[in-house]
Design a protein around this ligand. Structure first.
Ligand code: HSE
Length: 312
């Protein structure tokens, strides 16, 4: 038996919602798991992609042994029903840029979990899959939209279950992902965060997260513009992303630009615009990065509303 699952790219945090908010985009990694007939062959993991040379080189450094998050995901699921994985061939067709804050690791965790679950006759329901995926990642803001699609807030409860609510993102608000040619590993981007933050910064984000949710429900662009700010992670990551401070400063005053936020742990920058704001905003990002010798790919993304799908 062979199962293939395609899983969307995701952007986490969305400004004030550190480790809480996320959205899914129509750019997919596909994970295929096949039962092999060779006894004792163990779990083989293969990564393929048609990326440019930079990401191809990155791919070579992704673990494909028992240290792989793909292996971990499959193992956790098998263990949950008292089994251990064996005689499996797992292939990942990788289309989501890696180490750019677009949820490529979440997508393979989610794809491996759903494919293995299907192979095992679906022992885990959606809630269990969400909980295992969030446990592996340590936060739910990429894995939840990767599984469910859309824009949502998610939270890990004390019993490890994930509570989520989908949010009705207004069609009028355009999202552009500006993906630079420099990498930023989540591990490094999390290592620069402090263990504790000033109370006033916590309050700042709590207020803006509340604004964010209401602005989406009421399609209030002015409120969204106030909401798309953060003091919990972006300021600490500023030094890891050349030009980010200048880009944010310039976009603050642009008409029809609701915000500019770091996608997940970076290095991608997400622009949220309305009317004809996207082109001007993209030009600003391009120019600032060009001056710093940073090449950038820009994607105007609609929201993926379906999340992970079993395709065969
Ligand atoms: N919320 C996470 C972070 C997303 O910003 O570190 C990246 O995995």
């Amino acid at each position: 038996m062979k199962v293939s699952v395609k899983v969307p790219a995701t952007s986490a945090n969305l400004g004030p919602g550190f480790d809480t908010m996320g959205m899914a985009f129509p750019l997919y990694n596909t994970v295929t798991i096949e039962e092999t007939v060779m006894p004792g062959s163990g779990v083989l993991i293969e990564l393929v992609s048609d990326f440019d040379y930079r990401d191809k080189a990155l791919l070579e450094h992704v673990p494909v042994d028992e240290n792989s998050i793909i292996y971990k995901a499959v193992e956790l699921l098998y263990n949950s029903i008292g089994q251990t994985p064996a005689e499996l061939k797992i292939t990942v067709d990788s289309k989501i840029p890696m180490t750019r804050g677009l949820g490529s690791s979440s997508s393979v965790i989610v794809g491996a979990l759903i494919a293995a679950n299907e192979l095992l006759g679906r022992p885990a329901d959606e809630a269990a899959l969400l909980s295992i995926a969030a446990e592996i990642e340590g936060h739910p803001d990429n894995v939840a939209p990767a599984i469910l699609g859309g824009v949502l807030m998610a939270s890990i409860q004390e019993d490890a279950s994930v509570v989520y609510k989908k949010l009705p993102w207004p069609e009028e608000w355009k999202v552009t992902a500006c993906v630079p040619d420099f990498e930023l590993s989540t591990e490094i981007a999390r290592s620069v965060l402090p263990k504790e933050v000033p109370m006033k910064d916590a309050i700042f984000n709590a207020q803006r997260t509340a604004m964010f949710v209401d602005a989406i429900h009421t399609k209030d662009s002015a409120l969204m513009k106030l909401a798309l700010q953060d003091k919990l992670h972006q300021p600490y990551r500023m030094n890891l992303m050349p030009g980010l401070d200048k880009i944010m400063e310039q976009l603050k005053y642009e008409e029809n630009v609701l915000g500019c936020v770091v996608s997940g742990a970076g290095s991608t920058i997400l622009l949220i615009t309305e009317n004809n704001g996207a082109e001007k905003a993209k030009a600003i990002v391009k120019n600032i990065w060009h001056d710093l010798n940073v090449k950038v790919d820009m994607y105007d993304f609609p929201i993926d509303i379906n999340g992970a799908q079993i395709i065969s």
